[in-house]
Design a protein around this ligand. Sequence first.
Ligand SMILES: C[S@@+](CC[C@H](N)C(=O)[O-])C[C@H]1O[C@@H](n2cnc3c(N)ncnc32)[C@H](O)[C@@H]1O
Length: 231
Amino acid sequence: MTKLSKRLQCLANLALENENYIDIGCDHGLLAIALAKKYQNAKIIASDINENALSNAKKNIKKYHLEEKIEPIQSNGLENIIPKKNTTIIISGMGAHTIVGILNQSYQKLKNVSTLIIQSNNDQDFLRKKVTRLGYYIKKETLVMDANIIYTIIVFEKGYHFYTKKQLYLGPCLQKENSPLFQKKLKQDLEKMNTFYPKIPKNHFHHRNITRRKIKYLNKALAKSNKNINN
Ligand SMILES: C[S@@+](CC[C@H](N)C(=O)[O-])C[C@H]1O[C@@H](n2cnc3c(N)ncnc32)[C@H](O)[C@@H]1O
């Protein structure tokens, strides 16, 4: 089978056994194919809004003789899909606002969705805040470095948990684990924020305050881990 990228492989590894999977925005369908091979009894929907993407997914599904296990559906988010009981939804490679839009638009359909595995390309704090408001808690977070980019993958499960602004920004599990890759990400994010902050117009008070708060969280998290290393 075509080798998965490190990011897609990490998503596949995080998908624990469930009865049903839906890969929203499946593109080439390679993740759905990896899941079909990993879980012989699972039913998988590979969906995409784009006709060409879905046609590529169909070709790949056929190539690996997985037509019985993977159903390709053209759909904007969950519009044309009804999730069955015990479903894991995977959404990856999109912006946080698109992902949250997809989930909010169909929140009534999430009642059967036990797990959401999400890899957003940006705004992880916004994503954590909005998804936890839909009745999910953060079960696991993983960072993966692929082609020199650090990706954050978050596994949400049904349930409620309160998170502070700092946890929503840094990631509660990532903070706890405090891995070397997390350290690298903190440094990268701090550099970005420090470059970005002076460019925010002086009269954009709210934006400036939020950015200053994020810089404070990053500095504190880095100082804390430096202290741990030195002790
Ligand atoms: C950058 S690709 C990511 C593909 C794959 N999930 C990955 O992680 O490599 C984003 C895909 O999401 C699809 N997409 C974007 N918005 C969507 C929506 N509202 N519903 C379903 N698919 C969508 C695009 O057509 C595209 O194929």
